[in-house]
Design a protein around this ligand. Structure first.
Ligand SMILES: Cc1ncc(COP(=O)(O)O)c(C=O)c1O
Length: 449
């Protein structure tokens, strides 16, 4: 194109007699034209590099975790010197018990520094089998157990192993933030079944039945639940099981990571029902009950076919979990539960403290969470209220208002599929919790109708 135009200018110069165009004028015009083309090319190249999208489409299908986003906002305020109380965390504030830490140190000295078997050290898988028998009266073989880099990894392995594009996964709301995003990542469709504070955040068998379609592949839930702390009883699980008995094509993924943080006695696993055990995947790990979030050890106990698929997948993806963490987890699973019980009791005291203080705040509607370390109040009565800088339209606004005015960081319920609620983590000292709740109460009482 450039050459073609240059020729045109030359031709124009030759025909100057006709169009009164001097050779000097033609050369100048040609130079100007070349300059314009140069600038044009530069901008083309610049915008090419700036708009070039290297990312795969799937990255746009998922949302960033709002729990992490709120924690980040809190940290930023703290860095500016504000006295921020962070109640957005999803991890125990306790140190990992010392006997477990010592086992990790010993593992390094004993040379546990090489690649590990993909599904985990045999002795750890055996410990998982024994734990499932000891705590849950469940019978598994070692070939049904796969150890992964945290329960999150375990769940992702299962979803990737069983869900085809277009298949549906039923998830009761409120749900743990990553469930829906994991399903979307494999081009599955999350189907939400709603519950609210009035139903103690539990779904009914009728709701479950109504959500099942020919495309349903799996049911994914946690009990004790993050974010609500809800714990399903044996009878309630049995009622859900009766629905699954009618639909033998559905895999049940039971996330039991908060098993040890249960304030109503023994933990009930849906895998206890024989009619569905051959298609139930139990997910668990050491993160919450043993205060070992950073060690990254989770596991599944699953039908052999699913366990083998997860192992195959993991073998090409991340390989076996960390050698040192696995040795630490082995000590955790084979030691008495003394420290887990101490932590559980501390959480129980804090639950009562927080619940008591929250119930004193007019407008808060809480259920009694029977496990985990969260309270999930319905705060919709504050929507529409005003403060100096604006109106509280939703729980996101409320969380931001609380963070900006009294420096307490919480997580809006929208992150968990429950826009009327917010999540308060009580994984903090009693003193900190009292301070936080006092601040929140003051901010809320200052809102105007
Ligand atoms: C319900 C639930 N499942 C799984 C996980 C992930 O556990 P891990 O840290 O072992 O990956 C979490 C962590 O917050 C959780 O709340």
């Amino acid at each position: 194109m450039r050459i073609a135009f240059a020729n045109v200018f030359d031709a124009m110069a030759q025909w100057r007699g006709i169009i009164c165009y001097t050779r000097a004028q033609a050369i100048l015009t040609r130079k100007l034209w070349n300059l314009l083309i140069g600038i044009w090319n530069f901008f083309q190249l610049y915008s090419h590099f700036h708009t070039m999208n290297y990312l795969a489409e799937r990255i746009s299908w998922i949302n960033e975790s709002q729990t992490i986003a709120m924690a980040k906002a809190g940290r930023e305020l703290k860095a500016k010197g504000f006295d921020v109380i962070n109640l957005s965390f999803g991890e125990p504030d306790f140190d990992t018990p010392s006997h477990i830490r010592n086992a990790a140190k010993q593992a390094i000295d004993d040379g546990y520094t090489f690649y590990t078997p993909v599904a985990g050290y045999p002795e750890l898988r055996e410990a998982v089998v024994n734990k499932l028998k000891r705590d849950n009266d469940l019978e598994y073989n070692m070939n049904q157990v796969v150890v992964s880099t945290g329960a999150k990894h375990s769940i992702m392995n299962v979803i990737m192993s069983i869900v085809n594009p277009g298949e549906e996964v039923i998830i009761p709301t409120p749900y743990w933030v990553s469930y829906s995003e994991m399903v979307k990542l494999v081009e599955g469709i999350p189907v939400f079944v709603e519950s609210d504070v009035k139903s103690d955040f539990k779904i009914t068998p009728e709701q479950l039945e109504a959500a099942i379609t020919p495309k349903t592949k799996a049911f994914l839930f946690s009990s004790p639940c993050n974010p609500t702390g809800t714990v399903y009883s044996k009878d309630e699980l049995a009622a859900l099981k009766d629905v699954f008995v009618k639909h033998p094509e559905i895999v049940i993924i039971s996330d039991e990571i908060y098993e040890y943080i249960n304030f109503i006695g023994s933990h009930e696993s849906i895998a206890q029902f024989e009619e569905i055990q051959d298609r139930t995947v139990v997910v668990n790990g050491v993160s919450k009950g043993y205060a070992m979030t950073g060690w990254r050890i989770g596991y599944i106990a699953a039908p052999v076919e699913i366990a083998q698929a997860c192992e195959k997948l993991q073998g090409q993806f991340t390989s076996g979990a960390s050698s040192i963490s696995q040795r630490a987890a082995l000590t955790a699973l084979t030691s008495p539960l003394t420290s887990c019980i101490e932590m559980r009791d501390a959480f129980h005291r804090r639950r009562d403290l927080v619940l008591g203080l929250l119930n004193e705040i007019p407008g808060m509607t809480c259920n009694v969470p029977d496990g985990a370390f969260y309270v999930f109040p319905d705060v919709s009565s504050f929507f529409g209220k005003k403060h100096d800088k604006g109106i509280i339209e939703n729980a996101n606004d409320l969380c931001l208002h609380i963070l900006n005015s009294c420096f307490v960081s919480l997580v809006p319920g929208e992150a968990f599929g429950a826009p009327n609620c917010l999540r308060i983590s009580y994984a903090a000292s009693e003193e900190t919790l009292k301070d936080a709740l006092k601040r929140i109460a003051e901010v809320l009482s200052a809102l105007k109708a």
